[in-house]
Design a protein around this ligand. Sequence first.
Ligand SMILES: Cc1cc2nc3c(=O)[nH]c(=O)nc-3n(C[C@H](O)[C@H](O)[C@H](O)COP(=O)(O)OP(=O)(O)OC[C@H]3O[C@@H](n4cnc5c(N)ncnc54)[C@H](O)[C@@H]3O)c2cc1C
Ligand code: FES
Length: 426
Amino acid sequence: MTSETLALVIFTAILMQLVILLLVGLYRRRLQYRGLNEPTAEADGMSVPPHAGALPATEPIISAPAWTEFREFFVQRREMEDENGDICSFYLAPVDGMPLPAYKPGQFLTFKLQIDDPDAKATKTLVRCYSLSDRPRPDHYRVSIKRVRPPADQPQLAPGISSNFFHDHVPEGDRLLIKPPSGRFHLMEDAPLPIVLIGGGIGITPMLSMLNTLLESSAQRVVWLFYGVRNRKDQIMKRHLQVLAKAHANFHLHVCYSNPTKEDKEGIDYQHSGRIGISLLRSTLKLMRYQFYVCGPKPMMEEMVQGLKGWGVDSNDIYFESFGVTAPFQHHRPDQTSANTAAMNVTFNRSDKTLTWDSAADSLLEFAETNGVEVTSCCRAGSCGSCQTPIASGEVEYHQQPTVDVEDGYCLLCISRPKSDLVLEV
Ligand SMILES: Cc1cc2nc3c(=O)[nH]c(=O)nc-3n(C[C@H](O)[C@H](O)[C@H](O)COP(=O)(O)OP(=O)(O)OC[C@H]3O[C@@H](n4cnc5c(N)ncnc54)[C@H](O)[C@@H]3O)c2cc1C
Ligand code: FES
């Protein structure tokens, strides 16, 4: 054998060894990732964490309230949170001065507002939800509200009623009626997994509550925050987030600007240009099991949730919430040609009312409200779970897919109508 042939044999043998090692490595990593998604002995000891998409029947949809119905709060302090002056935090203390119940980070408050309607020359009642944006504290709650302007492509439309009311007509000292914290989208504190928080725009608020809670706890769970906004002008609590990132080695901040301004500096003001996407997560996160929490505009949320599932993340590790849209254009008007026009009775058991269904009604929620039956509601778009109601008998049909799981035997009144005579426990 010539020396050239020997060198070639040795080179080929080394190359083959390298290829085999590489393949074994890749196979192991794949097994490791799959294994992380299997229930471990540790995880078996805990019950599988319930999430916005899968609650065990025993867990109530709304956390145990310390008060029922509406309690009076006053605005202790207001604080602008972004350069644009579009996001304002409201610090809310109870008028009775009694301690506040804790809540699960990620939950929201429901407000009842009395707003003057100049067109109708009357006052109208509006109910809206706003996520708690800080960790639980015994003396006050905090929400951070974005002023909703008319859509950019339809400037002739009215601006958001409730958000503009908060910004323009709720000064410090003003009183507000508030329901106890509720909601099924919240931090699962008992599962010791690293956490990935993904917030788009104002969808950052529940993430702030989770982040502040996690970083103040002694658990030292690793937290990644991916926060998407257009640029620094839209960014909320910029300094607070930067200070946290410097102070906590277990917190990794990744701010994405989709449309940075000339003053925005990559690596200082933000980490990535462009929107948050699954490819960014894949290139940034180490391959291991995480809990993912997603909140943002509906398209981003749908893309992220699908993308995570496509990446192989177990759906039990994905928690999500959409803020929904309450605008009238979203409302579904029944198609009279296809709608079931046969006379149907709807009984609201607890309100002791039996009424003939009005086929022009948008939803069972609207029908209930029109007839003086009080129902808790918030997003009115099938995404918060507030209006979930037990069905005693009969069937409903949905005119839009819920983005929250509905327990067996329950329905979401805001996006459903009766399919037969119906008896509801409300
Ligand atoms: C669980 C949950 C948590 C939330 N948390 C937060 C939070 O932390 N912070 C926050 O800022 N928001 C939050 N929201 C959103 C909030 O509840 C409100 O939906 C938001 O403030 C808009 O309400 P609005 O009354 O100001 O707007 P609306 O009056 O409901 O109007 C909404 C939009 O519709 C447009 N519109 C109005 N009329 C028409 C028409 N005829 N045709 C077409 N378009 C029209 C308006 O221009 C506006 O863009 C949350 C929502 C939910 C469900
Ligand atoms: S009001 Fe939010 S799901 Fe019905």
